[in-house]
Design a protein around this ligand. Sequence first.
Ligand code: CAO
Length: 557
Amino acid sequence: MRITVPDMGDARDVEVIEICVASGDTVSGNDALIVVESEKASMEVPSPSAGTIESIEVELGATVNSGDVIAVLASQESEFVESRNVTESAAAAKAPAEASSPDPQPTTHVVDDTTSLKERELQVAVISVPDIGDAKGVIVVEILVKAGDSVAIADPLVVIESEKASMEIPSPIGGEVSQVHVELDQVVSKGTEIASIKTLDVVDQEDGPDPQVGHPPRVDNADQEASAATVDVVPEDRQEEGATERTLAHTAEPVAALAGQSVYAGPAVRKLAREMGVDLRAVKGSGARGRIVKDDVKSYVKDKLNAGPRHAPVDSPPELPDFSLYGETEILELTRMEARGARNLSQSWRTIPHVTEHDEVDVTDLETFRKTLNAERGADGVKVTPLAFLIKVCAVALKQFPKFNGSIDPSFTSLVIKKYWHIGVAVDTPAGLIVPVVKDANAKGILQIAEEVRELASLAQARRLVPDQLSGATFTISSLGALGGRGFTPIINPPEVAILGVSRMVMKPVWDGTSFQPRRMLPLSLSYDHRAINGAEAARFMQTLTLALADIRRLTL
Ligand code: CAO
């Protein structure tokens, strides 16, 4: 099947500014093939049916006229299909959605753009439901605005839902909502009035020619932001008198003027932007004359994602479903400490790119030494656990690896390196997790650290820690070793940039080059902020920890 440029009225020699497909591509009916542009408007020429593109017969930058062959399509349809007539100088409205499947597509209404700007006065635009195909039983499931609200162009007004799909109806203009005309659960159809929006700078409408309803190609005015809803504009002072209603086609230019920012993109790009939640006004176009193409939208999204926490979405958790519908439930209130902890953990996980390196260290000798130590100290002395050694070893390693003792500046321009080595220790208490701090751990002996941990842990259990004992940590250790586990992903405690997780040591057969030896192995999990620390640095830090734990004589070096 040869696909030709449709009748474009009296437009001649229009330029091909975008080729949207390549040979071998599979297309659906209505997928854009090329975009052509005249002095007045640009239009996408969509495929008239589904099939596979055999060849593209035009080149980027070429000029074409009605009837020129664009592409050859291997289609199931046997007959030659030619695009239907359109008028070129058009302003776009929104497309009717797929039958029985509401989808906010631009309409294929194509009209002459003969409006003129005559007045600047406060007017009220009545926004109504766009063509939603022949979907039945469409109801309003959400009303997102109320009288007095300010809305920007593209802000959703209501959500409507059919049996198969739901769609937001965005405002095609900016202004102040003066009245909402629908109620929840109201059945709506094309033309049902949704809301009145007070707006400035709407033109007085001259009656242009009747809108022509074309099919392909879809046309979008180069300077107009398409909108899903239709708008009837009534000057505010004439509204009560039932002034004549007029359609969006007549208000297309003022809509763009109100938006204050023009968007130069075709319907397919607009659809992609809607799907990806991108406001096209923020996207820079790389196509001819600044036209926004699909790659621009994708790059924009990629850049946003790479930009990190400054652009992270606000944490607005969805409401829980009603679990009691399925069985008995009970509400367990979180303590304030647990609630704060939950928020902090969520913030940390969402904003810090965590990487966790796992390793295990041979602590056989360390354990022999520790047990000897505890035996010597007898029942009266504070018991030395592996944690005291870990705190000491970490503090010493942090001194060697300053970045691990740093905090990243929120603008990502610098790291603040702290010249003190205070180790936070996660303590499990009935009120929730609490992290007291062993200050200057690098300068303290193992016994002193063990005693301090014991003291801080018992104060934590009794909720008698003072703020000074809870602040200033530069690195945290979370030890679950007494409880079990083979490894886990500890979550960084910002503004720190790393945390060490400790799991339960186990006896394992380890190959010494000649035979398997029973060795006591301690699993370690180091999570680090990848913005501040790279993988090689983390591996070296971990190696320093394991070497020192395997032979604590290294602490004296
Ligand atoms: N492997 C095997 N045994 C271990 C071990 C390990 N990695 N770490 C500690 N043990 C042993 C100790 O040696 C001790 O054994 P003995 O009673 O035979 O001497 C026993 O486990 C209990 O130790 P402990 O828990 O009393 O002391 P600790 O120094 O290891 O830990 C503290 C102190 C306060 C950190 C701990 O009580 C605690 O609260 N841990 C939980 C931390 C936590 O919840 N982290 C998760 C944070 S994220 O949700």
